[in-house]
Design a protein. Structure first.
Length: 290
């Protein structure tokens, strides 16, 4: 149901942008923004026209507003052109996006449904950097191949960002997500605003949390996401299948965070891994650029 889907998206969005005391030095969005800025700036510097960063599975907004704020703040400091960040989804969450977009002139959204396999002309007729935040694992292999093929044909760059993997420690953390959901809901979604006025959306969020529906769904979805998350080699195999070329993956032992890269179809893909939550939570990022 739409109401439950949006409540799940709201919780995931908060988990991206909030910092948990003790076990997180920075929010996951802040951790991911550092390597993302590097590849986005690299792609933006190549062409003459303005680069647009499009989140193709934005959900409730996820980390994209944080990415926009941090990346554009640094670009403004250096005197570089500010970039537009645009949210889209197969199931647009317009109420959430409208609130987020009020905070920045460079954050917009596409109100219509957007299919990452066959994006509309408005997201293929300009210089596009494709962004997949905690979403690429939802695609089966056939769909993922088509998404990658479309990306290589129509985009300038891509970032696939996952906060989980198939390692045992991550599975253990995801199993505890139901408890975390119950603990943080009163603080992240206070049911009453100032003056004890009821906050309708937060009341709905609280209701579905404490009758057990949201914790169960988020725990189950988290475990399924871990199992479905691809390693860099598996993503490169899909790129190879989509382009008809054989991927040649190289290990960069001199790099602390980027330990693998692959040149294929005129693109360079890299993989980086950085801790976001002690002791098992890592940002796993695959990026690609022409």
């Amino acid at each position: 149901p739409k109401v439950i889907r949006q409540c799940c998206q709201n919780m995931l969005q908060q988990q991206w942008v909030r910092r948990l005391p003790v076990i997180q030095n920075h929010s996951p969005a802040q951790v991911a923004a550092v390597p993302l800025k590097s590849i986005v700036d690299e792609v933006a510097a190549v062409g003459q026209t303005r680069l647009v960063v499009i989140d193709f599975c934005a959900g409730g907004g996820g980390p994209t507003p944080v990415f926009e704020r941090l990346i554009n703040a640094e670009r403004a400091r250096k005197g570089d052109t500010l970039l537009e960040f645009r949210m889209s989804d197969l199931h647009p969450n317009k109420p959430a996006w409208e609130e987020l977009c009020k905070k920045s002139d460079n954050l917009t959204f596409i109100p219509e449904s957007v299919n990452a396999m066959e994006p509309p002309k408005q997201v293929t007729t300009t210089r596009i950097f494709r962004l997949f935040n905690l979403s690429f694992h939802h695609f089966d292999d056939e769909t993922a191949r088509e998404v990658l093929k479309s990306t290589i044909q129509t985009a300038e760059g891509i970032a696939i960002i996952e906060l989980q993997d198939r390692r045992f420690g991550t599975l253990l953390m995801m199993a505890c997500n139901c408890l975390l959901c119950c603990l943080v809901t009163p603080f992240w979604f206070p049911p009453f605003s100032s003056g004890f006025r009821p906050h309708r959306q937060n009341l709905i969020q609280t209701l579905w949390t404490y009758i057990g529906v949201l914790p169960f769904i988020l725990c189950w979805d988290g475990l399924a996401s871990c199992i479905r998350t691809r390693e860099f080699e598996e993503v490169m195999k899909l790129v190879g299948d989509a382009t008809g070329e054989t991927p040649n993956i190289k290990i960069d032992k001199q790099s602390e965070n980027t330990d693998r890269h692959c040149d294929i179809a005129g693109w360079r893909f890299t993989f980086s891994r950085q801790m976001h939550t002690f002791p098992f939570g890592y940002v796993n990022m695959t990026t690609g650029a022409k």
